[in-house]
Ligand binder design. Sequence first.
Ligand code: IVH
Length: 681
Amino acid sequence: MPLTAAVREQAARLRAEIEGHDYLYYVLDQPSIPDSAYDALMRDLVGLEARYPELVTPDSPTQRVGGRPALQFLPVQHDTPMLSLDNAFEDAEVIAFDRRVRERLGVAGSIDYSAEPKLDGIAINLRYEDGRMVRAATRGDGSVGEDVTSNVRTIKTIPLRLRGDTPPSLMEVRGEIFMSRSGFEALNARARGAGDKTFVNPRNAAAGSLRQLDPKLTSTRPLEFFAYGLGEVRGISLPSGHTASLALLRSLGLRVNELCESVQGVDGCLGYFRRMAERRRSLPYDIDGVVYKVDDHRFQAMLGSVSRAPRWAIAHKFPAEEALTLVEGVEFQVGRTGAITPVARLKPVFVGGVTVSNATLHNFDELARKDVRPGDTVAVRRAGDVIPEIVAVVLDKRPEKSRAVHVPRQCPACGSDIIRADGEVVARCSGGLVCSAQRKQALRHFASRRAMNIDGLGEKLIDQLVDAGLVANAADLYRLQPDQVAALERMGEKSATKLVSAISGSRSTTLERFLFALGIPGVGEATASALAQHFQGIDPLLSATEESLQKIEDVGPAIAGAVHAFFAQPHNQEVIAEMRRLGICWPDQTERPKPANQPLAGKTLVVTGTLTGMTRDQAQERIREAGGRVASSVSASTSYLICGENPGSKVALAKGLGVPVLTEAEFLALVNDDKAGQNEI
Ligand code: IVH
């Protein structure tokens, strides 16, 4: 039967009906038809789409089960950064927050806040273009996240299309993906039955499920979603406050937590906190606190943000959980700058959602103050991502004849003297580059996700590489050959090649990540980013004076001194020069393509089939360089489909939707091969 207008209409009707029921069931929690009737509608739509594949659109409810497995998650730039929140643990900190807000705004009376449960899950940005969900990305470091669209499509509480006839041309919805406690228990029961590994807590289960490369697997995981805010929005005028925005989100079919409340002043906030603390255990999901947000959008704009957190919101965390356990020993760890940290080895205990077997004692003074001894029973505390801590020793349970811990004078790793400068709390190993423990820690930091993000280069492997004498500094990583790695214990040829290729892939980075990766004392991500923006390259930084460094916002004398000292060290200069020679590069900040060089600005492109002159990755890179956005599937909002050899069904779909189809040559002509600046440093 040919594809007639009547068939199209029938498909559209079925979709609208199914979406309506999804909304009632998943968002409003008020199903209006029996499951069997819903299944019948779905079967009809699947049948129709099987007969007429041209009818399939990425946002059809049939497409939730998931497309093909991905090889990796592509990076996504958040044009409106995804911010984080400052934390308050005590009422006094909330009172101080409210005072700061009122002082900055010059408001004498009380402020209206939106008070919301703080779910412990994964932050996500959902991008809707003309009402259709075209992309879902994780928060990542706040400015670059990962494209997890195929996985997010499988989450039934997330609408693939917004409700209503006149959707905004662009709307970024922000919220939390999480797993309920019962969903988590059921998933673990299933895993145990199948002899698979179980997850430690619902948050890890949600994160692991979202980061599955195969969306079909994600579709079997009980993930849920609550929207709590907006990113970029175009094509509608926004309500004047946050509570009204939440209502707008609800009216567009998004699931918003019903426990969000509008409260007045700091008393309203603290009252809400107490009520939520009482209800916490009876909720079907974990919350680790509540969030207060200044409701008025104008006030939010006036308050702005510092570093990565807005001044208009704060998370008020529930007190951390505590548990008792036994101290099996106290050891001394060497950090990447040589700082010696006493660490208590504990009998494993489940607290704050994870099993804890180590707790930090911070420094020698803290060890002396708490007088933690092997054999002691101690109270351990853990909250959120914070490192577990020993709160106190239960002295009644101290065994007779226990002895205070002896503080070492020599580094446990290299035997160099431990030095404690006058007035400093931190004691350090004086071994510097001689100390393998310092080298290992520095390499761990260098390879970590937020630094060079070298997949697979974990603690054990770094220990092996350093112990085998293959790697002494970060530059050595880029000289590693697969056969050298393969010769290490527990390494095969395949995993060695994978590692070397991951190291190689990390060559192309950003200046801020590279600066952060160097591990300069005191230079976290925010400072690294400020340095990158200010100096726009590594050469000016190498020769920067302490005075010029201090002119940068948030860089005080201590950090300026540390940065200057770091770059003045001949050894550091050599390693940096070596890494430049070995091809570590980032887009030249001074040669950012001007808008005129961005012929694809505002355009969304899809690549299909095999290209002849470049790989698909290279084509996608070109699109991004030219200001365009890469999508994985064709929809009405696709600007062009680039078509190589042996394309699949995308071409028919593009033609059906009136999306222009370009050959590889036409694409190149469009982006005019005047390549914009990746600069070798
Ligand atoms: S608002 C600019 N609201 O908490 C505001 N965040 O610690 C940014 N979270 O990354 C976030 N519930 O993943 C906001 N009702 C809520 C939230 C919430 C959970 C998470 C979110 C964020 C993290 C910040």
